[in-house]
Design a protein around this ligand. Sequence first.
Ligand SMILES: C[S@@+](CC[C@H](N)C(=O)[O-])C[C@H]1O[C@@H](n2cnc3c(N)ncnc32)[C@H](O)[C@@H]1O
Length: 196
Amino acid sequence: MQGREHTSWVSRFCALLAPLYDYTFLNLPGYRQAARDLITQLAVGADDVALDVGCGTGLLTLPLAEQARRTVGLDLSSAMLEKLAAKAARQGVTLELHQGSVLDLPCADGEFTLVTTAFMLLYLTPEEKQQALAEIYRVLTPDGRLGCLSSQGEIADIFLTREEWQTLLSDAGFTNVRIEDRYDVFRLVTAQANHQ
Ligand SMILES: C[S@@+](CC[C@H](N)C(=O)[O-])C[C@H]1O[C@@H](n2cnc3c(N)ncnc32)[C@H](O)[C@@H]1O
């Protein structure tokens, strides 16, 4: 389920998954709390312009939109985006949603002070992960922040190990990499852009 050639497969998979997503994945023990912990750690403020890539049904996007000045959610799957749009409308939350890929972000250089992503990088090959991080770096302001939620690569190899995160992020130009594990399986990763 990795790679650009699987883009349409991911979209079809997510079309099936979207109606049940919140009841299954978001109710996994620790999932929502780990997401809240990441948002807290990022200290999102009223000056932030935030992008959540692979936003799905809005695990990170909705809390970001409550705190940031402007919040954009981007996902490959129209079904996930429709679900998120309905949730945002019900909750009276304002956000912008775009269908697209992290590999080719439809965003200007330096547009965001903050980029987040949760459980999206696992869909990408190692080369695509590097491309995704380069795209994220490009759309961040010179000292913009990155926040990632994932699981621990040391216990399931579909996810990144601490060493792999360090290499991926420092190769992309990020500094201040911080990696914290929570609730047995979750991993919070934060870092900062360092544009010259
Ligand atoms: C497991 S879901 C996670 C959703 C949400 N971030 C969460 O944690 O609940 C993965 C999401 O990543 C999206 N995705 C996968 N590959 C993507 C890509 N190349 N660009 C943007 N979104 C992608 C999928 O469509 C799906 O909505």
